[in-house]
Design a protein. Structure first.
Lengths: 79, 147, 147, 79
């Protein structure tokens, strides 16, 4: 299925891209991130990351659907 | 109301929005850009904000504070983009009939804003380097990474 | 520095005195004249201050807060005389490297100012009466008489 | 001995005066206040009052000296 992935802040710098379309068999956000780590090993350094799907915060067992937009967030640091 | 802005924050406007004859106490928190962090000399900060989620989650935090602490009036604004030393990165204003609620509610809001909003901070150092402030790093260093 | 004044407080001046590139956190408390107290509609407040002792004790409280909470910069001003609704009766500003100290230190200062300074508050009510606010009365009513 | 007494806020209204010179045998601030209550029974309503001598906060066992200025404070209510 087709998923649009977006990377933010340190993730964007680690991957070198802000977003990419992927064609994947990953069933969950966790599986999708595992694929990203295979492509961009630098992502491995961020264990406590957050994920959102279609602009809603999600967890790592969230089931993906064709056409989803998945946002990978490095640890936040507001304020 | 919660807002994100790339412009300097109008502090007097925040306060005057909250003035209320039913309130005897007002607590304002400001996060200032500090010249050092973990032994490094900081020259400026850069905030990246994912606005659609940040605004929604920020508003949710303000609503929680009103409900849980009995605040009468509340507002918060967070900057995005590049900030210089002593710039205000975030402001929280909380007005309530009594001061206990205003202190506790204001503290709750800034604690939650810092940990729940999709906002990332990059520090630019005197040595020419720049680094994303990373709460993992703080955890490893064994101390809280407070403003 | 601690001050007593019979004139409206210049809020922006308080804050700008405290700006410090070594501080990441600033907490400001304001006590506002509230339109009600213990079921009475309040029209205005009158503060009587015995200045020689109030100024000395106020400065002592600020010094304690700097020592105990590690505040970097601190100031407080209390009004005397007649105040109208939403006027600022007292302001406390506290700046420190991290926010925990600024919140705790600011809270300490206002709690101590309220209980240790020779200052008395007279409330003028809508029914034409006026009464000195009396902490004995609060104790009897079984609740704290917070701002 | 001669003592100058000053009354503040509710005490001033209860006594009707801001200050008065007294010639007293009272040895302590407590004994002096007891004399005041005899003259101004309304002062009896204020149990948690404070006292200062010569612009320094004092306690109720403070020994008086000729020429002292004694300040009687009703319960404070700043802020």
């Amino acid at each position: 299925m087709k998923i649009e992935i977006r990377y933010f802040a340190a993730f964007r710098e680690a991957t070198g891209i802000a977003s990419e379309p992927v064609d994947t068999q990953a069933e969950t956000t966790a599986a999708l991130f595992a694929e990203c780590i295979d492509r961009y090993p630098a992502l491995r350094n961020y264990s406590a990351s957050l994920v959102a799907v279609n602009d809603e915060m999600a967890d790592w067992e969230h089931a993906l659907a064709n056409g989803d937009e998945v946002l990978f967030f490095p640890p936040v640091a507001g304020g | 109301m919660f807002r994100i802005t790339s412009q300097p924050i109008d502090l007097a406007a925040v306060r005057s929005q909250l003035l209320d004859t039913g309130c005897g106490a007002y607590v304002q928190f400001e996060g200032w850009v500090r010249d050092h962090n973990e032994g490094q000399q900081v020259l400026r900060l850069e905030y990246e904000v994912y606005e659609p989620l940040a605004i929604r989650e920020g508003q949710r935090i303000l609503d929680e504070a009103i409900q849980c602490f009995g605040l009468r009036k509340v507002t918060a604004i967070h900057r995005s983009g590049m900030l210089e030393l002593t710039d205000v990165a975030v402001i929280v204003g909380a007005a309530s009939p009594h001061r206990g609620e205003a202190f506790d509610g204001c503290r709750y809001i800034i604690d939650q804003l810092k940990s729940r909003l999709p906002i990332w901070k990059k520090e630019h150092y005197a040595n020419g380097m720049a680094e994303w402030v990373n709460c993992q790093r703080c955890a490893e260093a064994g101390h809280q990474h407070e403003q």
